[in-house]
Design a protein around this ligand. Sequence first.
Ligand code: ZN
Length: 247
Amino acid sequence: MHIETDGLVIKEQKIGENDRLITVLTSSHGLIRAFVRRANAAKSNMLACTQLLSYSDFVFYQGKNSWSVNSATPKASFFKLNEDLEAMSTAFYLAELFGELAPENDSAEGLLKLLLNSLYLMAEKKRPPLQVKAAAELRALSDAGYMPNLVACEHCGTYETNPMVFNPASGLLLCKDCGGPADGMQLSLSAVTAMRFICYSEEKKVFNFSLSDEALLELSQAAEQFALQQTGRTYRTLDFLKTIPKG
Ligand SMILES: [Zn+2]
């Protein structure tokens, strides 16, 4: 059996002396873990196409116990990410997060597009990494089945107050009269409006918003806490990102 699909390499591990095991977020089959054999890697392009954050057309072949990469043709790479350590580290973190959220043996077209857009916007410096990270986190979680309920105050149904209270563990929103400090994070209405936009707008518009630095910081903290609490784990790449001085 073989699979032909486009995909982005989101993880790579060296196995023994000669082989590498890569995890690819594919559009048609979600996550595929496949070996890159030294013999195959000698073929043109194979090495470049199977590096972390390379986007390629793949042909995977199924062996007895595992998949291996038979061929790969490059579609895009995001080498400009190398110019900015924060952008690069954010990309690594998003790759790890999406690896946690993506299905296996099921279409992951939406998640793949979202991640590719995130990398593109950071590589081309069209959006700041902090904004890309927050939007990608919130939208990926929503698409993967962890949609927060941001429609109105959970208690009284009020649509908006300034501020509002967001609980990253429950994904619920309270107005300023129903929610206190013990109920979650206090967020300005601008941050809440951005969260609504990210979760409810059309796929291709997810990154098309602008916020003050202050509101962006609130949004990014809310999105990150939501991602951490909903997936219930920590991320090595996020810990590293935190050690980088902000530019
Ligand atoms: Zn209320």
